[in-house]
Ligand binder design. Structure first.
Ligand SMILES: CC(C)(COP(=O)(O)OP(=O)(O)OC[C@H]1O[C@@H](n2cnc3c(N)ncnc32)[C@H](O)[C@@H]1OP(=O)(O)O)[C@@H](O)C(=O)NCCC(=O)NCCS
Length: 268
């Protein structure tokens, strides 16, 4: 016979994992107070992401803008280190979760995670004094030898995700959905940094900032989005039948820049 699950808010064991997110008891699942059946029926995935992270459901317009950012970041093919790594992992005999986690693990400050740093920068710069404040911030980064996060791309002169995302932000500003302060600062950075383009990390960071997410959550949201591509690519690669697929074809050898052959105990 199964033991009855109990909750006693005074009990240290019940308080151990105290959470305001999910209220789970036998036969009951409520997320932020909403019965899961209602969410299944009426809420989109983007709305539920927002609900769990922020505590309340977003307006349809806020959810739509968030969803656009989540759609934009899903995939950048095997040129994206995260995706190539997921595909390699899939040929190594690990599970699909390990392949996805391998991708997630490389979404750092330079690849996929730069949005977090840009969000921190955007929060520090006064949008009402964008021209001078951006000039000072760029000079400071340059003096410290730091690339401006969210700008630059290995091969897109214009990132094809930039314009549709920024157009969506412009509409959201004119509809009163977001204030446009992060947008003003980011586009001023782009203007002063030209011709170095805003990239996907940058464009999504603008949206996450406009929607009021903290920088850490911005990175988490990007990871969530890119996980979709990691899953799809890991799954496709696992169907290839290849085993132990390396980063370059086996017919190409990495250049060797070390010592010529030498023998232990002879010279040196
Ligand atoms: C994405 C990134 C790694 C691409 O690098 P890359 O194509 O190898 O570009 P390079 O580093 O060769 O840059 C070419 C020139 O533009 C400059 N540049 C490129 N991105 C820059 C940036 N974000 N801020 C300032 N200068 C930048 C480089 O300093 C270099 O100048 P130089 O020719 O005078 O040396 C680089 O732009 C970067 O680190 N961006 C910031 C991190 C980021 O947003 N990552 C997410 C990528 S989607």
């Amino acid at each position: 016979m199964s033991r009855q699950a109990t909750r006693d808010d005074e009990d240290p064991a019940s308080r151990w994992w105290a959470t305001a997110i999910s209220d789970i008891s036998p036969g009951v699942i409520r997320l932020r107070g909403y019965p899961v059946a209602d969410l299944i029926e009426d809420a989109s995935f983007a709305q539920v992401v927002w609900l769990l992270l922020r505590g309340d459901l977003p307006s349809p317009a806020q959810a739509r803008l968030l969803e656009r950012a989540l759609v934009a970041g899903v995939d950048h093919g095997p040129q994206s280190p995260a995706i190539a790594i997921a595909r390699m992992a899939a040929t190594c005999g690990v599970g699909i979760n390990n392949a996805m986690a391998s991708a997630v693990n490389v979404l750092g400050d330079v690849h996929g995670g730069a949005g977090q740093q840009l969000m921190e920068l955007l929060a520090r710069i006064d949008a009402d004094d964008a021209l001078d404040a951006v000039r000072a911030a760029l000079a400071d980064l340059k003096a410290r030898g730091i690339h401006v996060p969210g700008f630059g791309h290995r091969f897109h002169p214009v990132d094809p995700r930039r314009d549709p995302l920024m157009a969506a932000v412009e509409r959201a500003v004119s509809d009163g959905v977001v204030a446009g302060r992060a947008y003003r600062v980011a586009t001023e950075i782009e203007r002063q940094l030209a011709p170095i383009p805003m990239n996907i990390d940058g464009a999504t960071a603008v949206i996450f900032s406009e929607l009021g997410f903290t920088p850490e959550l911005g990175r988490g949201l990007f990871v969530l989005s890119r996980s979709v591509g990691a899953l799809a690519h890991a799954w496709e690669e696992s169907g290839s039948g290849l085993r132990n697929k390396g980063p370059i074809p086996r017919t190409s050898l990495p250049a060797y820049t070390g010592q010529p052959e030498r023998r232990v105990g002879h010279g040196g």
